[in-house]
Design a protein around this ligand. Structure first.
Ligand code: UDP
Ligand code: LCN
Length: 806
């Protein structure tokens, strides 16, 4: 990239660079992010009447396109350039236009200086570097393959089997001999004592089963196979046992990655799974729409159901029916004694529609009536997590009557607990972020000290670093969650290098090219959310009730606004009234576009109607703002605002009714990590307009099965929606085309079945990888532990002391 700077300097554009820098010097902001840089550059181009060509294709235009940040440092500038995904270069550009590369340390020092927290005389700051610990592990090279870790790992492991068969087959043999279910040996018994013997016996067993009728049940073969050294787990019929053994035979003789994946994916080594989500309200009734819950709760409940079902199917196919195998999934959360009428004070709750999936609630240990007995914000929970993990371990061991086989953390707190539990129990750890606060709050690390009282980011970001490095594997919902897009930094990528002034510098916080990262998007619950055309699955009385609620019901306790013309096309959105969800932005966009108002009504489902009903500051501000916008743009008669918390059944039906009215779903969030409502709307058949900031960029293919909007540009967003509406009026087919493609998109890519199959396959392959690389990971885990005790714990203790006075 220095070439790009050089290209500018070696051309006539050098003058442009000089005057652009002069413009920068006159900006109030001295720390500019990409958007600011682009704005200054746009102004520069229009001021000097540069042609459009110059703006986009000049050397300077290209250089600035890739520039993520510019920090002014007295007379010089520091440019942080991201020439391609997941890489960063830093240069100092001086007033006389000389260029020097800067080290990561220099950059972090500069950032500290910027916030007046650079104290070289007081000694060096602690530097965290996880880089060296990844030396043992294979590394993806091409950034476009980031997030496809398991494919990479399969290739790597199969090549190892080929290059060094002795050692790797020995590992495979040991791994296959390890597994039991409730004391019953699986796969291989001690009649097979070595990998050599294994390879001989596999051939004999294949010869034996291939002479049996293909549909002969496993139970009939069991005794004979046992004498040959094989225990249950190979298949439920002769044909399936033969297929699995042939895969193993091929792995022994001529390994390849497809066979390795197919083989490891079908061996029954996972029966008990814990999904950890400690903070907030976790339940099935009356908890959605409260602060901090929402999507994560929906995601976990659906995931738990789907996992249980898949584990049951897998164990039947593996031939374990005779062993009374009962796979079990536990969602581990906190027990909240003062549970506001919900079941969150109940220790165990069965997940609806399952045989053996449960919500297990464990209370926080330290007793403090104002804190631990009540719901507690996710920002405050940090001091309680270590003892919580210890208590949870006991409860889990009792519930499972043994150790779990996989621990999945959710969100920063859940991932930390997952790490503590996995470390103690020696179980595979998987992380799911859902959303990171670090990228949600601009400059949250740089100003962590000022925000500490409210947010305690020093604990959260430290926990994130520890948990993401400790995880055996990480699943993300999108590629950009890991490494962003060509012009925006990914959420995990933001942990690569950053400063926590006065606390530590992170010079290498996470290895983005590690195969631990895997993109596995969630699905949508097809029992509740399905196309509006599936009339046979809909309940007529629900339909009528919700239709009335949406368009005509007059009940000021739950609905604000009466429509002048309820037959207009509905623009619909549903979210909590968080600032970031930006329902107020959508209302403003609608308010500003008179023509849109002529064609459409705006219908919002937004939890609450009154400030008094909310205990959350942000939510209160949004309520006030929404009323102000309605007033300012005179939207009475054109808007309905439903202050209701809907059950899943009702929210499913809402999307379908809007679709019947040929409506549109709009998701206007300023940033959305993934966005389950988008899947729900699309599967229901709603043409969907969703924010281009975050996950929706990958869910929707623009103008094919939905549309991107820039929620910060209200004119453009209004115009896009209006354009669609007008097209639909001219050509009624158009709405149906987009609607059909939205439905297809979800069914082909975002189902829980796809998610679960992939997750379980990952869990098995990483369990194997974990087994073979255990010793190599120990040094990393020791480092993580040291940081936990030396940084995290004392800070958590301080916060606990503050809580005593609340
Ligand atoms: N939801 C709901 N009732 C509401 C608002 C939201 O049931 O009043 C559900 C919605 O259907 C979706 C989830 O809450 O399943 C929100 O998930 P999303 O990923 O869109 O956003 P999050 O709230 O996690 O940021
Ligand atoms: C949290 C979010 O903010 C959403 O974007 C996701 O869809 C949800 O969690 C489920 O992962």
């Amino acid at each position: 990239m220095s070439e790009l700077i050089q290209a500018v300097l070696n051309s006539e554009e050098k003058l442009d660079l000089r005057s652009f820098l002069s413009d920068l010097r006159h900006q109030d902001k001295k720390y500019l992010l990409r958007n600011d840089i682009q704005n200054v550059y746009r102004d520069y181009c229009s001021h000097y009447q540069k042609p459009e060509q110059f703006y986009t294709s000049s050397h300077l235009g290209k250089l600035l396109y890739y520039t993520q940040e510019i920090i002014q440092d007295e007379s010089s500038f520091c440019l942080i350039i991201r020439p391609k995904i997941a890489s960063q270069e830093v240069y100092r550009l001086t007033a006389d236009l000389s260029v020097e590369p800067m080290t990561v340390q220099e950059l972090l020092d500069l950032r500290d200086r910027f916030v007046n927290r650079f104290h070289p005389n007081e000694g060096d700051l602690l530097e965290l570097d996880f880089g060296p610990f990844y030396d043992y592990s294979p590394m993806i090279r091409d950034p476009k393959n980031i997030g496809k870790g398991v494919q990479f790992l399969n290739r790597y492991l199969s090549s190892k089997l080929l290059q060094d068969p002795k050692q790797w087959l020995q590992s495979l043999f040991e791994f296959l001999s390890l597994h039991q279910y409730n004391g019953v040996q699986l796969l291989i018994n001690n009649r097979i004592k070595s990998q050599k013997q294994l390879s001989e016996q596999v051939k004999s067993a294949i010869a034996f089963v291939s002479n049996r009728p293909s549909d002969e049940p496993y139970e009939e073969l069991r005794f004979h196979l046992q004498t040959m050294g094989f225990e249950p787990g190979w298949g439920n019929t002769a044909a399936r046992v033969q297929e699995t053994l042939e895969m193993l035979d091929q792995l022994i003789d001529s390994p390849d990655h497809q066979t390795l994946e197919a083989f490891i994916s079908r061996i029954p080594i996972i029966f008990r799974i814990v999904l950890v989500s400690p903070h907030g309200w976790f339940g099935q009734e009356g908890v959605l729409g409260r602060p901090d819950t929402g999507g994560q709760v929906v995601y976990l409940l659906d995931q738990a159901k789907s996992l249980e079902k898949q584990l049951q199917e897998d164990s039947i196919q593996a031939g374990l029916e005779g062993l009374n195998v009962e796979p079990k999934v536990i969602i581990l959360t906190r027990l909240i004694p003062n549970s506001d009428g919900t079941l969150c004070n109940q220790r165990l709750e069965k997940v609806y529609g399952t045989e053996n999936a449960w919500i297990l609630r464990v209370p926080l240990r330290e007793f403090n009536p104002n804190m631990t007995q009540n719901w507690m914000s996710r920002f405050e929970i940090w001091p309680y997590l270590e003892t919580y993990a210890i208590d949870a371990e006991k409860e889990l061991m009792a519930e499972f009557q043994g150790r779990p086989d996989l621990i999945v953390g959710n969100y920063s707190d859940g991932n930390l607990v997952a790490f503590l539990l996995s470390r103690r129990l020696g179980v595979t750890q998987c992380n799911i972020a859902h959303a990171f606060e670090k990228t949600k709050y601009l400059f949250s690390n740089l100003y962590w000290n000022d925000l500490e009282d409210k947010y305690h980011f020093s604990l959260q970001f430290t926990a994130d670093l520890l948990a993401m490095n400790a995880a055996n594997f990480i699943i993300s919902s999108t590629y950009q969650e890991i490494v962003g897009t060509p012009d925006s930094v990914g959420q995990y990528e933001s942990y690569k290098c950053f400063t926590m002034p006065d606390l530590y510098h992170v010079v290498n916080g996470i290895e983005l090219f590690s195969p631990k990262f895997n993109v596995v998007p969630p699905g949508v619950n097809e029992n509740y959310f399905f196309p509006y055309t599936h009339t046979q699955d809909r309940v007529e009385s629900d339909r009528q009730r919700i239709e009335e609620m949406l368009f005509t019901l007059e009940d000021p306790t739950q609905v604000f606004g009466k429509l002048d013309d309820p037959s207009k096309r509905p623009l619909f959105s549903m979210a909590r009234l968080d600032r970031i969800k930006n329902l107020t932005g959508l209302a403003e966009c609608f308010g500003q576009n008179k023509e849109l108002q002529e064609h459409c009504n705006l219908i919002l489902v937004a939890g609450k109607l009154r400030v008094e009903e909310s205990g959350d500051n942000e939510e209160r501000e949004e309520i006030v703002k929404l009323y102000r916008i309605i007033e300012e743009y005179n939207l009475q008669g054109k808007i309905r605002w439903l202050g209701v918390r809907l059950s899943k059944i009702d929210s499913g039906e809402i999307y379908r009714i809007i679709a019947e009215h040929q409506g549109i779903f709009v998701q206007p969030a300023l940033f959305e990590a993934f966005g389950l409502t988008i899947l729900e709307a699309m599967i229901s058949g709603l043409p969907t307009f969703a924010t281009q900031f975050g996950g929706p960029l990958e869910i929707i293919q623009d103008r094919i099965n939905g549309f991107y909007i820039n929620p910060t540009n209200l004119d453009e967003t209004g115009a896009k929606i209006l354009d669609f509406v007008q097209k639909c009026e001219q050509k009624p087919d158009y709405w149906y085309q987009v609607s059909g493609r939205a439905i297809d998109r979800v069914y082909s890519t975002y189902t829980w079945k796809i998610h679960t199959n992939k997750l379980l396959s990952l869990a098995r392959i990483y369990a194997f990888w974990n087994f073979t690389s255990k010793e190599n990971r120990e040094d990393l885990l020791r480092y993580i532990e040291a940081l936990f005790y030396l940084i995290y714990k004392p800070r958590a203790q301080q916060l606990l002391e503050q809580h005593q006075y609340r």
